[in-house]
Design a protein around this ligand. Structure first.
Ligand code: MN
Length: 243
């Protein structure tokens, strides 16, 4: 099995090394990742300049760094390595839950894989002031990969691993709250500026990704690229006739 590993934290993040090492138990691994952090870049691709694809060292694992976005890395990675079976993205330093997934570069890499007809799996874990303990969550990472890689009918899955997991749960995306916030401030010259940041949200419905991680469970959310609101489509076709 050919496994392409990428992320949005940059190729030298400890999270991608932990993921690549775990992935080696399941097949041939190649890392193709951004040369610098690309968090919150979503699924942007670079179309106004050429991209570089440079071999680098990553603890003995074949690796290439790209001066582009996570989606660029998946596009180049799949172009330069035929017959990739799965794309793994992460392990992100920080969760990708609920509506925050719209901005996620980690999840976007997995979505780019799905767009190319490949399987995409995004993995994230909370990061506070200290780095996540990747040795501690490794048994869960292996269990997740074993479960998901064995089920090729799942094209796109968003996985979030709490600090100290107590089990695995299938979940749906939490869509009730959005944690994005604009925080005004001042630079050292006294000029006004703004931080786009996140604020903690209260409450999470049972069965959602947010709920699972708060309860200490690994959250696995099957996703699809089709954003069509099928229920609304059926309704408007019936109730709002067009031409
Ligand atoms: Mn990130």
């Amino acid at each position: 099995m050919r496994i392409l590993v990428t992320n949005d934290d940059g190729i030298y993040s400890p999270g991608i090394l932990a993921l690549a090492r775990a992935a080696q138990r399941f097949g041939d691994v190649r890392v193709v990742a951004p040369d610098v952090e690309q968090s919150s870049m979503g699924q942007a691709i670079t179309s106004t300049r050429p991209l570089s694809y440079r071999a680098t060292k990553l603890d003995g694992i074949e690796a290439y760094r790209v001066n582009g976005t996570p989606a660029d890395c998946v596009a180049l990675g799949a172009h330069n390595w035929e017959q990739v079976d799965a794309v793994l993205s992460g392990i992100n330093l920080g969760p990708n839950l609920g509506n925050s997934t719209w901005h996620s570069g980690t999840l976007a890499a997995a979505k780019q894989a799905a767009l190319l007809g490949l399987r995409g799996i995004a993995l994230s874990t909370p990061a506070g002031s200290s780095e996540p303990d990747f040795d501690r969550i490794e048994p869960y990472v292996l269990r997740i990969l074993e479960c998901l890689l064995r089920h090729p009918e799942l094209p796109l899955v968003n996985v979030n691993i709490p600090r100290d997991p107590k089990g695995l749960r299938w979940t749906r995306q939490a869509v009730r709250f959005y944690d994005g916030a604009v925080v005004p401030g001042e630079d050292p010259m006294g000029r006004k500026h703004f931080w786009l940041t996140v604020r903690p949200t209260e409450g999470a419905e049972e069965g959602t990704d947010l709920w699972a991680v708060r309860e200490g469970f690994v959250s696995l959310t099957p996703l699809r690229l089709d954003l069509t609101d099928h229920a609304e489509l059926t309704r408007v076709v019936r109730e709002i006739p067009l031409d």
